[in-house]
Design a protein around this ligand. Structure first.
Ligand code: A2R
Length: 322
């Protein structure tokens, strides 16, 4: 299988290379802002070719699609943080909605037979109702600029499939984490702070945002397996939740991380970390992807949390010179 992965040097892209790298020819693109690829070299060495280019530049992107002639495109490039989107709404829309449009156009013109995995976000649903998993036919009611940009991407994907017959498969991926995630995201930020406390470079106090939100926390390694299952067996034109179906209160996950790390700390709620109009309850129904592809998540939550913490601990110790 010949793949083109946008945003390949990001968190999910590097796991995708780890999981697919041995039996696919993978070409990748990522932002020119990523000047230094050190630390990512191991994963990126698996690439058949690497192209620096901004997803908002339609000509550059078309040239990459033309040169690599992909059978499958996995679109990961994005401004991926809801919190950042509140500070940079216009840029988020330009990169996420505009970038998706550029990609779909490039595929329409240069590689019309390719299957496109358009990686979206369950944030596009807004909040669900406590106790029931969101299905794909739930309305999209985005609550922040990131969610809106992903809802727009979803609409574009549906349009290009229906109007131009492109083989676009949209995902609505619920929160996921694992080793290598940047501390812009809640669980990774907790892990980082716990590791700093453990290393003695932060007082035993953890700054947190809204701990009452209920969300899923899938493992990124299961998520990339889902993208592969969708590329191989998903139905073009359709949208699929990528989710576990299990919700967790963030407070409980923080307690589990502290227990796994063997660290004691006071928890301090920092209003600056609480996003306005934050999603309260976001849990999906995995029935559709399971029925179509037989994919289901395999990695238990405690393993995800342990691997996330161990990775943060190793990085913090390295940076502190221990
Ligand atoms: O922001 P950077 O320098 O870390 O680069 C990110 C890249 N990216 C871009 N690439 C091309 N043109 C742009 N204008 C542009 N802006 C950002 O996309 C990064 O290397 C990659 C996304 O990786 P992460 O931020 O680590 O996101 P993650 O967790 O891998 O998420 C993958 C997908 C995204 O569509 C999320 O919205 C979704 O999964 O949840």
């Amino acid at each position: 299988m010949r793949l083109l992965v946008t945003g390949v040097a990001g968190f999910v892209g590097r796991h995708l290379l780890d999981r697919w790298g041995d039996d696919a020819e993978i070409h990748g693109t990522d932002s020119p802002a990523r000047e230094s690829l050190s630390g990512e070299a191991r994963e990126l060495a698996r690439l058949a070719s690497y192209h620096r280019g901004d997803i908002t530049d339609p000509e550059a992107l078309s040239a990459v699609v033309r040169a690599t002639r992909p059978e499958v495109v996995v679109h990961l490039a994005a401004q991926s943080s809801g919190a950042t989107s509140l500070e940079r709404p216009a840029e988020t829309y330009r990169v996420n909605a505009g970038g998706a449009l550029n990609l779909l156009e490039a595929v329409r013109v240069e590689a019309a037979e390719a299957t496109v995995i358009l990686v979206g976000s369950a944030d596009a649903y807004g909040s669900g109702s406590a106790g029931s998993g969101l299905r794909e036919d739930a309305p999209l009611r985005p609550r922040n600029p990131y969610a809106l940009s992903k809802a727009a991407q979803d609409g574009l994907g549906e349009l290009y499939a229906a109007t131009y017959g492109l083989r676009v498969i949209r995902t609505r991926t619920f929160s996921h984490t694992g080793p290598g995630q940047r501390p812009r995201f809640a669980l990774a930020a907790f892990a980082e702070q716990i590791a700093r406390i453990d290393a003695g470079i932060q007082p035993p106090e953890i700054q947190v945002g809204n701990l009452e939100a209920v969300r899923e926390y899938g493992d990124v390694r299961d998520v990339v397996a889902a993208y592969r299952a969708l590329a191989e067996r998903g139905e073009p034109g359709e949208a699929y939740n990528v989710c576990t179906g299990e919700g967790h209160r963030l407070r409980d996950l923080l307690d589990r991380l502290l227990a796994l790390a063997g660290v004691r700390a006071d928890v301090v709620v920092d209003p600056a970390r609480t996003r306005s109009r934050d999603v309260d309850y976001l849990v999906g129904d995995p029935g559709k992807i399971r029925a179509r592809t037989a994919w289901s998540p395999r990695i238990p939550l405690d393993r995800t949390l342990t691997d996330l913490y161990q990775d943060a601990r190793a990085r913090v110790r390295r940076e502190a010179g221990r």
